[in-house]
Design a protein around this ligand. Structure first.
Ligand code: PMP
Length: 286
């Protein structure tokens, strides 16, 4: 496997960073998880834009242009012969001292990994998945804005551990006001009263690229859509529920905390969007 590291393709065994990198010492850095479909990078511009937004928010100057990073990803996909796969684009704060100051880390480290993707089991896409609502509260926007895709994922990891302990794959997280925001690595949608609803940015969410695509596809499919503050009770009462994310794509949720959602199977709106999404990723627009 070849890794793109600071401007060069290197063998995986030589792709190493110092233990003094603040990415390792403090989770100080930003990243993107991106799909390749048919050797093309899915929603490339949206991901690179989000990476630069995240970096700007944490005052990290990426030492490459957007175009250079796109080329780096294309090169890495090609070098590894990836047809359909997953790309991880990471910018760490770089090597520094043991102190917290990011300004003592003069040179960020940038790398790209292109690999196969581990999806949820195929049958889960057909039957729907079970999730829990985590007790771990999502970091508030006033602490560390969830719209920043930083290397600091411990908040999500603690909720993920709750999910694993409960024997499920994903956990819904609520914010400090008890409002639903998102899952540990996915955004959430419900169908309620014939409307497609998803929490607004103000709930404290990562503005998922897949979320954006699904919202666009809903518009095209004439599915009424609104961003709305949702509570766990809204999820339990929903006719349908599904998650969106780069790795998950679109996946139906049929059980939340042992409560069956809707008919307990993939609902018609979810199925329609799932099909539209699968067509979209292979289209020229992707
Ligand atoms: N929320 C969180 C916390 C995430 O980490 C992710 C990405 N894995 C998402 C939502 C979904 O975003 P995207 O569709 O851009 O992958």
């Amino acid at each position: 496997m070849k890794i793109w590291l600071n401007g060069k393709l290197v063998d995986k065994k030589n792709a190493r960073l110092t233990v003094f990198d603040h990415g390792t010492l403090y989770g100080d850095g930003v990243f993107e998880g991106i799909r390749a479909y048919g050797r093309r990078i899915f929603q490339c511009q949206a991901h690179v834009d989000r990476l630069f937004h995240s970096a700007q928010q944490i005052r990290l100057a990426i030492p490459y242009t957007k175009q250079e990073l796109v080329l780096a990803m294309e090169e890495t996909v090609k070098a590894n012969g990836i047809e359909d796969g997953y790309i991880r684009l990471v910018v760490t704060r770089g090597e520094g001292t043991l102190g917290l100051s990011p300004f003592r880390c003069p040179v960020p480290n940038v790398f790209v990994i292109a690999d196969q993707i581990a999806l949820y089991p195929k049958e889960m896409y057909e039957t729907g998945m079970a999730v829990i609502i985590a007790k771990t509260v999502r970091t508030s926007s006033r602490m560390l804005d969830p719209a920043i895709k930083s290397l600091n994922y411990l908040n999500n990891i603690m909720a993920k551990v709750e999910a694993i302990d409960a024997g499920v794959e994903e956990a819904v997280m609520v914010n400090e006001h008890g409002q639903v925001c998102e899952c540990t690595g996915d955004n959430i949608f419900i169908v309620s009263g014939g409307q497609l609803l998803t929490p607004p940015p103000e709930a404290g969410i990562l503005l998922g690229v897949t979320r954006g695509v699904v919202m666009k596809l809903a518009g095209r499919g004439k599915i009424p859509l609104a961003e709305k503050v949702l509570y766990p009770d809204d999820l339990y009462a929903a006719q349908e529920c599904f998650l969106t994310g780069t790795a998950a794509e679109v996946i139906s949720v049929t059980k939340i905390n042992d409560r069956t959602i809707g008919q307990g199977k993939v609902g018609p709106v979810t199925q329609k969007l799932l099909d539209a999404f699968h067509r979209f990723v292979r289209s020229d627009e992707a």
